[in-house]
Design a protein around this ligand. Structure first.
Ligand SMILES: N[C@@H](CCC(=O)N[C@@H](CS)C(=O)NCC(=O)O)C(=O)O
Length: 283
């Protein structure tokens, strides 16, 4: 396992907000991730861990700087790990050309298509390599893992939990891309990373995965602002996922938030509710 390099560490609410870098085998490049260690991390016990997956254009920094989650994670004794959203500087022609494909837009899938397939393996990176690194380096209770995310990262949280039966015990999303095979962002990303076979896309689509789910009991907490511009542009399609959950008897909570948009202002407003939700399920 590769060594972690400490990039920064700042005390906040009695815990430490850190950034680390490491050489990723899955992605074939140097990656950064952030980790919040609550005060309880220095008391010798093992703590629950949450993985936060960010949306398009983000890095490991957006959540820690804008969501305001540390205060509640410090109170609840939760470790929060935030990876970057794609490989970086891997010299693929055009990797930096769009904000919704390539750099900053890895979509948490394992690409099968040239020229992306060697590096764009964010699904395996998050659910195997990063998870192993976190368990080896921080005081984590490996029985108590949850995952949550925003927009593209909400899609990632759903897919990482629905495809890894039993790995994550709690899942929540803010403004998730809920049915990517039927929205412009998803069609663009899946065409590029996964090719033109739309049957294969279903293996990476939360709405389709819920229909086929055959794992241990799981509930998804879906959160959505009703003034979200991307909801209006049919990029998010939460009702398609809710409908699939209803039809499959898959437990879900859908909270619509009056007047909230897609931004981290919205996330900061409801982050406490999500962190308490995870803490309760990871007790
Ligand atoms: N770049 C896009 C917006 C992309 C966007 O809204 N990204 C969301 C995730 S999908 C985000 O979290 N942005 C970073 C931030 O708000 O800190 C635009 O200008 O329309």
């Amino acid at each position: 396992m590769t060594a972690l390099k400490l990039v920064s560490s700042n005390r906040i609410f009695g815990g430490d907000q850190r950034v680390y870098s490491h050489e990723s085998k899955e992605l074939g490049c140097e990656m950064k991730f952030s980790v919040f260690l609550p005060p309880q991390a220095s008391e010798g016990g093992k703590l629950p861990v949450l993985f936060w997956l960010s949306g398009l254009t983000c890095t490991e920094a957006n959540f820690v700087q804008k969501a305001g989650g540390q205060k509640y994670a410090a109170e609840l004794g939760l470790i929060i790990v935030c990876p970057d959203t794609s490989p970086r500087n891997v010299n693929i022609p055009g990797e930096d050309d769009s904000w919704d494909f390539g750099s900053g837009a890895g979509f948490y899938v394992d690409a099968t298509q040239e020229p992306w397939k060697k590096h764009y393996r964010m699904f395996s990176y998050v659910t195997k390599e990063l998870l192993d690194l976190v368990e080896a380096n921080f005081p984590v209770n490996s029985e108590k893992k949850g995952i949550f995310g925003h927009s593209m990262g909400g899609h990632g949280a759903l897919v990482c939990s629905l495809k890894n039966l039993g790995l994550f015990r709690s899942v929540s999303t803010f403004a998730a891309i809920s049915n990517p095979i039927n929205c412009p962002w998803g069609v663009k990303a899946f065409s590029g990373y996964l090719g033109e076979n739309r049957e294969e896309w279903k293996n990476w689509d939360a709405t389709e995965l819920v229909k086929a789910y055959n794992g241990p009991p799981l509930e998804v907490f879906l959160d959505q602002g009703d003034a979200d511009q991307f909801l209006k542009e049919n990029q998010l399609l939460p009702n398609n996922l809710a409908e699939a959950c209803r039809a499959a008897n898959f437990p879900f909570i859908l909270r619509m938030r009056d007047g909230y948009d897609h931004s981290y202002f919205y996330i900061a407003t409801f982050i406490e509710e999500h962190l308490r939700y995870h803490a309760e399920r990871l007790q």
